[in-house]
Design a protein around this ligand. Structure first.
Ligand code: CUA
Length: 368
């Protein structure tokens, strides 16, 4: 039945753990509205035939020879019909809302992968510091959370076979999660018109078994630390080591992009707030409000630092919109998160580059 309806409605395969459930709601809406449309058509046909011109009906006469008194109309059928239609909509709404909440709530053990859209391609950064373009490698049977951001205009990340789609907005992050059911290649599309190359802005989700996933990630190149503005062949002291975690890449990006000139990694105050303890903290704003320093706020603060200014600091930070490559934002966020989870001893001097490095998680290790 599922397969028959799926084919009749020209839906793609059901590749994710949520796809079937979403389709069932879709089927029920289609079938019930189809039944309703047939019912209305049948009633119309009945009334057309029954009350067509030329057919005379005489009012029935009572024994006294008088026409019966017209009775006050009772709208039982109408009320019942209206109530059941309303009930149906409420049921659909409740089921749909439940599904929406599930789609918006990634399981806490999700693997986080950073995906950045730009005209007209998708770039990807993995927790082990590797990156890919146009292909998103994911393990089968495990929840994967994509942290989406855009370098230029609004895009939309759409995976038809997973029944998920999310707008990708410059200057902030959105998230999307799924769990692939079986290995395979799943096409993705940009679903928001973003310029001349919009229709070519495609990617593929490559779902692999755990072992193949680990193997595929090892073969990918590391997230770029330089660029897109400064592109020198060798930057003294920060040439990429091999097997960097995304947090380690983030530390290097912070050096390369000058973040650590204002934000310290040892908890001491400076021109900007320290990154130690920042991730997930409640931040007081100059306008008196408060905000949680989550991925969305931290990204917004990189791209548009004046949007929500941290109380106690001068709004002197330049905007980094367009100045951070794909993966670099993700790497910085992972680094800030790592610093919060592994705070260095307070008041430790900022480690010079040639000092033994603070131990960062190695490739494959979770940074939480
Ligand atoms: Cu990107 Cu359309």
């Amino acid at each position: 039945m599922n397969e028959l309806l799926r084919r009749m409605l020209f839906l793609p395969g059901q590749g994710s753990s949520m796809a079937r459930e979403i389709d069932y709601l879709h089927y029920s809406v289609i079938l019930i509205t189809l039944a309703g449309a047939l019912g209305v058509s049948a009633a119309a046909a009945f009334f057309i035939l029954r009350y067509r011109k030329g057919r005379k009906r005489r009012p029935e006469l009572s024994p006294e020879g008088k026409a019966p008194e017209p009775r006050a109309p009772v709208y039982r059928v109408e009320v019942a019909l209206g109530a059941s239609i309303l009930a149906l909509f409420v049921v659909w709404w409740v089921v749909g809302y439940h599904q929406f909440v599930r789609l918006e709530t990634p399981p806490p053990d999700s693997i986080e992968i950073y995906v950045s859209g730009k005209q007209w391609m998708w770039n990807v950064a993995y927790p082990n510091g590797r990156s890919s373009k146009g292909e998103v490698f994911v393990p089968v049977g495990r929840p994967v959370k994509l942290v989406l951001s855009s370098r230029d205009v609004i895009h939309s990340f759409f995976v038809p076979e997973f029944r998920v789609k999310k707008d990708v907005i410059p200057g902030r992050t959105t998230t999307l999660w799924f769990e692939a059911l079986k290995p395979g290649r799943y096409p993705t599309f940009c679903a928001e018109y973003c310029g001349e190359g919009h229709s070519t802005m495609r990617a593929t989700i490559v779902a692999l078994s755990d072992a193949e996933y680990a193997e595929a990630l090892e073969e990918l190149p590391s997230v770029e630390i330089e660029g897109p503005v400064y592109r020198e062949p060798e930057v003294a002291g920060i040439a990429p080591r091999k097997r960097l975690s995304l947090a380690e890449v983030g530390e290097m990006v912070a050096v390369e992009k000058g973040c650590i000139r204002c934000h310290t990694a040892d908890g001491s105050p400076h021109i900007g707030p320290t990154w130690v303890g920042m991730y997930g903290a409640r931040v007081n704003l100059v306008d008196g409000g408060q905000v949680t320093a989550d991925v969305a706020y931290l990204t917004e603060s990189m791209m548009d630092p004046r949007a929500k200014i941290h109380a106690g600091f001068e709004p002197v930070m330049p905007a980094y919109q367009g100045l951070l490559e794909a993966g670099q934002v993700g790497a910085l966020l992972e680094y800030i998160r790592w610093l919060t989870a592994n705070p260095p001893p307070m008041a430790a001097p900022l480690a010079p580059r040639d000092a033994p490095p603070i131990r960062l998680p190695v490739a494959g290790e979770t940074t939480r």
